[in-house]
Design a protein around this ligand. Structure first.
Ligand code: NI
Length: 253
């Protein structure tokens, strides 16, 4: 049964250079129903579309990642919009705010806002990266009201509830299986399962027992297992409901 929907992956990463095709071929024929590969710049957005053209189960998000934006990014927005009109471009991502690094906040906010406008204009969802920028992210979400997912959610349960109120989804990945995941566990217990989607962010953030190793979409089993334990339901139910949610938000059937 193909019950896994990986809503956020980076198979363009060089960590997959050696066996990308073998790995994708295998997991898509085993337990992975769909993968949305995220763009981080123009090059990886194009690569995501190439992967999506090659594999039925792979879809692309195109966008400029906050960690990589600079003054030139504004001139790349037109190209992002063009790429987003591809039939297998299901979202604008990964976009957002990252205050962990020193990229100026003003340019991050400008490029994030412009990409939410593109998403709204094309009626596509967004996939959002928010690292140490919860306040500004929430403020801009309230202003632009995009549809979509907050990926690798690291905010509080209170923020998760606000995001859910805005009609958005919360992306949960391998971090939930880590020992120090108390905050994420609280998030998962306090919002409806109908608002949770699963992801890897591979090659990073592999769940226990693969923590520290290269991640891939089939490991979402372990993330689902942990959520099942937290919610006292079966792993199958977690996978079924989160897959339905992902299909709905990305309009993939
Ligand atoms: Ni990512």
């Amino acid at each position: 049964m193909k019950e896994i929907f990986d809503t956020h992956a980076h198979y363009d990463d060089s960590a997959f250079d050696e066996d990308r095709d073998v790995l994708l071929g295998r997991i898509l024929s085993e337990n992975v129903f769909a993968v949305v590969n995220q763009g981080t710049d123009l090059k990886s957005s194009k690569f995501s579309l190439e992967l999506a053209e090659k594999y039925d189960g792979v879809y692309a998000a195109v966008g400029l990642h906050p960690e990589l934006v600079n003054e030139n990014s504004v001139s790349e927005l037109e190209e992002i919009k063009k790429l987003a009109s591809h039939p297998k471009a299901v979202a604008i991502g990964e976009i957002g705010l990252d205050y962990y690094y020193d990229t100026p906040k003003d340019i991050q906010k400008q490029v994030f806002s412009a990409q939410m406008e593109i998403a709204n204009e094309l009626s596509k969802p967004v996939n959002i990266h928010d690292r140490e920028a919860h306040g500004d992210t929430l403020e801009l979400l309230k202003k632009y009201r995009p549809k979509g997912i907050l990926h690798c959610f690291s905010g509080s349960a209170e923020m998760a509830k606000e995001v859910v109120k805005l009609g958005m989804y919360i992306g949960i990945g391998g971090v939930i299986t880590f020992k120090n995941a108390r905050k994420t566990v609280e998030v998962v217990s306090s919002i409806p399962l109908e608002r949770i989607v699963l992801e890897t962010d591979c090659p990073y953030l592999a769940p226990v027992p693969f923590r520290g190793k290269r991640n891939n979409s089939s490991y979402i089993e372990y993330t689902a297992e942990k959520i099942a334990e937290i919610r006292s339901i079966s792993k199958e139910e977690v996978l079924r409901i989160t897959k339905e949610n992902a299909c709905k938000v990305y309009n993939v059937y």
